[in-house]
Design a protein around this ligand. Sequence first.
Ligand code: DUC
Ligand code: ZN
Ligand code: ZN
Ligand code: ZN
Length: 508
Amino acid sequence: MLDTIIKNGLIATESGVLPAGQSIGISDGKISAIGYEIPEGPETKVIDALGAYITPGGVDSHVHLAQRNAPTGDNWETGTRSAVAGGTTTVLAFASQTKEMGSLFPVLEDYHNKSREQCYCDYGFHFILTNPTEKILNEELPAIAKYEGITSVKLYMTYELYKLSDRQLLETMLACQSLGLTTMIHAENSDIIEFLIQGLERNGHTDPFFHAIAGPKIAEDEASYRAIRLAELMGAPVLLVHVSSDGAIKHIRDAQTRLLPIHAETCPHYLFLLSERLRAHEHDDFHGAKSVCSPPLRHHLEDLEGLWNGIANDTFTVFSSDHAPTKYDHPRGKKAGIINGIPKFSKIPKGIPGIETRLSLLFSESEGCLPTSQARLSLERFVQLTSGNPARLYGLTSKGAIMPGLDADLVIWHPQNQGERIISQDNLHHDVDYTPFEGMRVRNWPRFTILRGEVVWNADENRVTGVKGFGKYLKRDNGRVLVGKLGRQPAGMIEGERDLWRPKTVVQ
Ligand code: DUC
Ligand code: ZN
Ligand code: ZN
Ligand code: ZN
């Protein structure tokens, strides 16, 4: 018998909105039926979604929670509480190796300890590799993929404490390719950024705004291109994270046209915010630190347009928050960037919060809220970018679609033309003291968030109704390549050329 039935909603899938009048039946946390006349029992709970869209629960595949290097801001409890209040039912956050750690197992244990029984939504880990030793690549990653279901890694091309050499990128991409793992890349040219920081500081330009000058689009373009070519040589599928520049988009699009498996992600702040946010506020010179993220916000409206085009035209595979929560008014938060009373932008912790506002901001610009002619993206694209694609790309086989057999993770929006909200720190559930989206109007907000059949956010009651610890750790399968083809040879290679240098243990 059904536990819950959701009636009268408009069920949005990746291939369109289902004909009206159908219901979703839920039993044991799974979607058990979709159709017109699903019989309900006496105990079945009925939710009326009349006039409202229903989308799959959000999958936010780029989130930072209680990372070792981030002393303030959200832990797993507060971060996932904020997630469900904004319609997200699954998060993938980072477990970060530090350079002196020669094994990933203590890292894993540490992050399990921090997250176990703390979460309001389901969750998994990506590894950040800062020291990819042979032992890690050849022994630990295969074991961790198999037994822990961690099937993706993130690599950095910048930051002293994180960055890998091109040689290390090649080795890691190759190992991941052979295991069927997805490699995520933070692509910015480290030397360009360091050079510019030094020059800016020498000339006394140390206010938060100059962060946007120290990380120009060229630094991202160059590193993105390099990452793509390294991946091409290895035949490895990669995802470029938090893409913010039109030059990078061009390289990605070009690679995709050549059928390379190059995926791309962008984030709300790059679609909505400009570098002017980094400037001093009339009452607070350091206010711009709230919008310091890497890559930095860009300068011009055309920059935003370029990203919206990538959203609409399929260049982007996923839309994630890059929720990187750092308190503003805290000596180890953003204000760590004030040294002896003087602002120093290079010392400001990078990143901004956005786990709760991600879905509403994008939904607001979609056909879910606007006529097709005015919408930035279709409802189908919304579903792909916010849940279907991240679920497939990262091997979350029970998530990402409204389909019988999958977890009953759903967002029921307010009926159309209702549910408008002004985003305000006062209404958010994170443990950060600001939102960079303060004052922005969204056209709708999740009315109910449902995780495995349970209502975990109820906007009518204006409260998180889920329970801490209900969120489960997700072991993932290998992800699927969503663009391009595996095994493509770079133009000009001879047949079998890779086999001449590939280790014999690596299977194609
Ligand atoms: N990279 C991220 O992925 N998030 C925040 C800051 C950064 O550099
Ligand atoms: Zn990054
Ligand atoms: Zn003011
Ligand atoms: Zn990030």
